[in-house]
Design a protein around this ligand. Structure first.
Ligand SMILES: [Zn+2]
Length: 717
């Protein structure tokens, strides 16, 4: 609304200037409508595109010298204002805009990428302003991720953005080109570009550290001019069209039987459909075509007369879904946008293999048997995933009659009737059928069976360990079921205890009566330790200080974390000195996102805080994590200020690809200091942090402490 009004005023003003221009021509140039309010007609091509704008930083105003100009202008504020202007311009011409933030709030880098990915944005632009010690430095630069080969589309976008912004700002020292790889700055590149799936660039429009530039960046009109540079850059990029390969055979999202299909792809240069004045043939570079099936480039034939690409698949494809990607480059140099189409290979089954836990159940109306069905094609290969397999029975009751295949298999559960008899269970897939027989009659064995699930999520739990005297053991299947049959010798009922355990869950025991010719059905729900907040969380523990106290703390913490189902790496060994370089290599070699926590001990000097906690400067995730730990120390052990160090020098924090933190505990000269209690403070701090509402349920904490006590009592028995 505000923008529309602005444009209206601008138009009225320019008409007015035209009139007075007749008599006082020499003054017009000075008062002309600023060029950055016009909307050229080619910007209409932006209509329908979805663009994610990412104003860099935000929410870090509490860090006094963080990303500010010489007089204190915050980069986060400037970035946001430019992005808001740009949003208005883009919306004006029909583009959809997704913002990673619209106010001064902290948004982590992975969350920014997630916003772009989840909104299926077509393009991602991170807006920044640079800073450096030399106050004279000032130019525009645009950054892409990794190597040129991996960032073709991002580079197309980067060229236009760089040109648009540098043309708008006209900084005298801007380079003619100005594109840089993010790997020049950090080994893995900028997280926000690496994690974003669509073409993504980061533009440092100018240097906020330059005093004259900072003065200009205080003026809204200058910010609008910068936004206009982005706007025209984006519009010209989109106007150059996006070539596209369209799968015509097999039809996308269809099922075929052959494993060696002939693919046909229609070539579009992205410009003909607009009625551009061009040669009849699609204007793409023939030798720049790349066809990938499941990510692997394959040879092809391109017929220029029909504009059809043919790919003959010679190596038989596996059963299942296959993805086709076509990369084309049109005569403006624009690459096709990332997109893939799929088809499915699902040959008919020639064999169904049925497997039952047992062929005999008591006719007790409660015991049940699991029957797995695996379907094989003519090559003896299990059929595709997601194919429907059916089961029907002549007696008893089936829990499900249709299940989708996984690795060629589906599992069915058949419940015994109350009266003796025989069931023929028949499975079918396509035309193929197979059956087996289950007898419901008296047996001299007993059955213990059931399903184990998570009490909170209600999901069935696989690989749960069960054991009971005398010598009965079992592990649950993919659907959480277990099945134990006793030896046929015992005819007397046995009272025993069934022990049920799984990492990350409180162990459970229940009394059961084993009775021959009967099933004891023991469906059980397990409670996740710490509410499951640690499950699969990656935590690397380390130390630089080579003291037995630290060793004890880390081992205790590791044990606590492992109980919860966290994935813990302890890379510290007492007496083994490691270089910083080697330590960083070790940390970065551990795959996946996660936390790195280095814990050191030292004596406390007078007037020093008892704990110093440091994290990557401006990273709010680790800052909050450490504050939760400090709060825990404060309330249970040592009085300490809840303040963290915004680190910019520690190599383990600066050069690792994990959420890195260091914690120095100055308790070596403290009476009654306990490494175990310190480990618990860190553990409960971590628990509070991982809990999304930041609070641990008192009941939950009590349960955990009781469990620890029980374990210790058991261990010392
Ligand atoms: Zn920045």
């Amino acid at each position: 609304m505000e923008t529309r009004l602005f444009y209206k005023i601008a138009v009225i003003t320019s008409v007015f200037l035209l009139f007075i221009g007749c008599s006082r021509r020499q003054k017009i140039t000075a008062q002309q409508t600023p060029f950055h309010t016009e909307i050229p007609s080619y910007t209409r091509h932006l209509n329908g595109f979805k663009i994610c704008l990412d104003p860099g930083h935000g929410g870090q105003g509490h860090i006094s010298d963080y990303k500010r100009g010489p007089t204190g202008v915050r980069e986060a504020d400037v970035n946001l204002q430019v992005a808001l202007h740009l949003r208005n311009m883009l919306q004006e011409v029909g583009a959809t805009v997704v913002m990673t933030r619209v106010d001064d709030s902290y948004v982590s880098l992975p969350t920014r990428s997630q916003i772009a990915n989840e909104s299926s944005a077509d393009f991602f632009i991170s807006l920044h302003h640079n800073g450096i010690d030399n106050p004279e430095t000032n130019y525009t630069s645009t950054w892409y991720h990794g190597d040129a080969d991996d960032s073709r589309q991002s580079l197309d976008l980067a060229r236009y953005v760089q040109q648009g912004v540098s043309d708008a700002l006209r900084l005298p020292n801007s380079p003619a080109t100005g594109l840089f790889s993010d790997k020049l700055v950090t080994t893995s590149g900028f997280g926000v570009l690496r994690l974003t799936k669509c073409p993504a660039v980061l533009c440092e429009a100018s240097f906020l550290s330059n005093p004259e530039e900072e003065a200009r960046l205080k003026k809204d009109d200058y910010l609008r001019k910068e936004a206009y540079g982005y706007f025209l850059g984006l519009a010209r990029y989109v106007a150059a069209g996006f070539p596209k390969g369209i799968l015509v055979a097999p039809q996308p999202e269809t099922v075929i039987q052959t494993r060696t299909p002939r693919l046909q792809i229609q070539v579009m240069d992205g410009l003909h459909q607009r009625g551009a004045w061009m040669l009849k043939r699609q204007q793409v570079f023939t030798d720049a075509i790349r066809i990938k099936v499941n990510g692997i480039s394959l040879p092809y034939h391109y017929d220029r007369d029909t504009d059809i690409i043919t790919v003959a698949i010679e190596e038989p494809l596996a059963n299942g879904v296959h993805f086709v990607e076509t990369e084309l480059v049109n005569y403006y140099g624009n690459h096709s946008l990332p997109s893939r189409q799929w088809f499915k290979v699902a040959p008919a089954a020639v064999e169904l293999r049925l497997n039952a836990w047992t062929d005999r159940l008591p006719a007790d109306g409660k015991s049940y048997v699991g029957i797995s069905v695996t379907a094989f094609d003519a090559d003896g290969t299990p059929i595709s995933d997601g194919e429907p397999i059916y089961m029907q029975t002549s007696n008893g009751t089936l829990a499900e009659t249709r299940q989708l295949s996984k690795r060629g298999s589906s599992s069915f559960y058949l419940y015994a009737p109350n009266t003796p008899g025989t069931a023929t269970a028949e499975a079918s897939y396509g035309e193929k059928r197979a059956s087996l027989t289950i007898n419901f009659k008296d047996t001299d064995t007993a059955i213990v069976q059931g399903q184990i699930s998570d009490v909170t999520s209600r999901k069935p739990l696989q690989d749960v360990q069960l054991h009971a005297d005398p010598g009965l053991t079992a592990t649950t299947d993919t659907n959480g079921h277990f099945f134990i049959t006793t030896e046929p010798t015992s005819t007397v009922p046995i009272k025993t205890t069934l022990y049920i355990s799984k990492v990350g869950y409180y162990p459970h025991k229940r009394k059961i009566d084993i009775t021959p010719n009967q099933a004891t059905v023991a469906h059980t729900k397990l409670r996740p330790i710490a509410g499951g907040v640690f499950a699969s969380t990656l935590i690397i523990l380390d130390s630089r200080s080579d003291t037995p106290t630290t060793q004890k703390l880390i081992e205790t913490l590791q044990e606590l974390l492992e109980l919860t189902g966290a994935k813990v790496y302890n890379i510290h060994t007492l007496g083994q000195k490691s270089t910083i370089k080697k330590r960083i290599e070790t940390i970065n070699a551990i795959a996946g996102r996660g936390y790195y926590l280095q814990i050191n001990h030292a004596p406390q000097a007078k007037d020093e805080p008892p704990i110093v906690a440091a994290h990557y400067r401006g990273n709010q995730g680790t800052e909050t994590f450490l504050k939760r730990i400090l709060e825990q120390f404060n309330s249970t052990l040592y009085e300490t200020p809840i303040i963290t160090v915004q680190d910019r020098t520690t190599p383990e924090i600066q050069q690792t690809n994990k959420m890195a933190m260091t914690l120095e505990i100055r308790s070596l000269n403290r009476q009654n200091a306990s490494a175990v209690e310190e480990a618990q403070a860190i553990f409960f701090g971590a628990w509070t942090f991982l809990k999304t509402d930041g609070k641990i349920d008192a009941e939950e904490q009590k349960r955990f402490m009781a469990y620890l006590k029980e374990r210790q009592a058991y261990a010392s028995d």
